[in-house]
Design a protein around this ligand. Structure first.
Ligand code: ZN
Ligand code: ZN
Length: 264
């Protein structure tokens, strides 16, 4: 059985609903877990889906829009309240430290464990962020209305197997600039805020439609596509799935609480 998979905590876009919370997911790479994005209510979703928060040591935020970030102060505060002593490393676009310092200051919060902020501020290329015995984690710039980074996670293979790779790309406009970074990934988790009828809105707001996300997956030769960041206005995931599958057959739509394997 695969032990490289992501558990979706929130598959919705900016407006959370009962069915789709704001962006967050826990990637498990052979036992090492990384939290990607931390929208409002992430700490509760961690509990609901049996993801131990104190076992998390690395948190990677794509950008500082609220639907990807507003859960972080609450999560870190709860870690403190539960007696955490181990440090946490937070990777996010520049501004994260200032934002957290202000929140902690005005709320009179005091967190005693160490938080290491790693502020990302490069405009092109791909950078290695950290490496463990189990994986390497890279970031690369996306195209959005504020500085935004996608993440690539590559397992360190054991027993002569090829290394599987997972990419997380949200929020972003349709762009070919990231194709070299996600070329041939085993699982591409890509934002798909709108259905194909909203193409001009997606372009204007720097988001993707189903067809745009599927086209990126096809052009990058991804093996599997997982659509996330679904706008609350779309109540029929089957319709979104059908649109994407017309372009890229190996597509799934993320649902909160579900686990998606990074297959060979
Ligand atoms: Zn968003
Ligand atoms: Zn955004």
């Amino acid at each position: 059985m695969s032990n490289f998979y992501t558990t979706i905590l929130g598959s919705g876009a900016a407006l959370p609903t009962v069915a789709r919370h704001c962006s967050a997911q826990v990637l498990n790479v052979n036992g090492f877990r990384i939290l990607f994005d931390c929208g409002e209510n992430t700490q509760t979703q961690l509990r609901v889906y049996h993801q131990k928060m104190q076992g998390l040591s690395h948190i990677c935020l794509t950008h500082l829009h609220g639907d990807h970030f507003f859960g972080l102060p609450g999560l870190l505060s709860s870690m403190h309240l539960c007696g955490r002593v181990q440090p946490v490393d937070v990777y996010a676009p520049a501004g994260i430290r200032k934002a957290m310092d202000v929140l902690m200051d005005v709320s009179g919060s005091h967190i005693t464990f160490e938080i290491n902020y790693h502020e990302l501020q490069f405009a092109e290329g791909m950078q290695l962020l950290f490496e463990t015995d189990l994986c390497r984690v890279f970031a690369f710039p996306l195209v959005h209305s504020v500085p935004t980074y996608g993440y690539l996670v590559e397992e360190i293979p054991r027993g002569g197997n090829p290394a599987r790779r997972y990419a997380y790309c949200t929020d972003t406009a349709y762009t070919d600039t990231i194709l070299p970074f996600i070329e041939g990934v085993n699982l591409l988790c890509m934002e798909s805020t709108f259905d194909k009828g909203f193409a001009s809105v997606a372009q204007e707001k720097l988001h993707c439609t189903t067809v745009m996300a599927a086209t990126m997956a096809r052009e990058a030769h991804a093996k599997q596509l997982l659509l996330t960041h679904i706008s609350a206005r779309f109540k029929e995931p089957e319709k979104l799935l059908a649109e994407a599958q017309e372009v890229f057959a190996h597509t799934q739509i993320a649902a909160d609480g579900e686990r998606y394997e990074v297959c060979y």
